[in-house]
Design a protein around this ligand. Sequence first.
Ligand code: ADP
Ligand code: MG
Length: 285
Amino acid sequence: MHRHSRASASLVEIVVDSISTDGKSDVVIRIDRISKIYQTGDILVHALRGLTLSIHRGEFVAIMGPSGSGKSTLMNIIGCLDRPTKGKYFLEGVDVSTMNKAQLADVRNKRVGFVFQSFNLVARTSALENVELPLLYAGVSAGERKRRAREALAIVGLSERERNMPNQLSGGQQQRVALARALVNNPSIILADEPTGALDTRTSVEVMEIFQRLNRKRNLTVIIVTHESDISLYAERVIHVRDGRIASDEKVVNRCDAAEVLRTLPAVSTEMDDLESIEEEKEPI
Ligand code: ADP
Ligand code: MG
């Protein structure tokens, strides 16, 4: 919480934002009293109401809350897809709340990886090409795109599937391609809005295992929105949002280890065509 007065706030901001250590103390997201008001005709919707939040590099955060409480609005602002109506947002010490659309797009492409409930892969485009897409937008050469996309597919255990089209992949495999695509730009943060919402239990835990591995081994900051409290237990911190404000912000006491949980689950998911991928070696990061 900010206990300092308004007058001293700007000085504190400068000090805080100039601290850039490479350890865990590094603040990667700092949101200061943001509001978001949507206007539809004459109606104003207050989606966020003066929300304040800091997230450190390497944290794994789950955001929960009832439908309409502002979770997606918050994720869109964190991911630089949208700007707050009021308040400040610093991403890695840079004030992104006043940037124009082109500047926001640039920050987003470099620093943020997105994963959605519905995978959002491009149809009739191979897994490899889907993963290459963000690099294409970033102007990376063809050879380098392939190399990095293959590396990202290996991390999610899908090297054997690089030529498959989305409709030739199970839901879990499609979500892993989406994860590889989110990773390929080497972002500072991964944002996932209901990433397991369309997946069965085992496949959900497999996806959480990848998030946990990336979070631990690469110190990647991971923020997920979920409706499922058992999924939130894979995070280290759970934030409840209600009416556009933070209702609670707590450390997970008995955090689940997805790799461990997978060992206790039956090897076959209810996804019919997922057998081969389970046999695949997951390459170390
Ligand atoms: P959640 O993800 O928690 O369900 P949202 O952030 O999507 O909540 O929505 C918060 C509130 O803002 C809701 O009342 C929703 O109807 C409204 N809202 C979200 N996006 C828009 C938009 N683009 N235009 C108008 N109202 C919106
Ligand atoms: Mg939502």
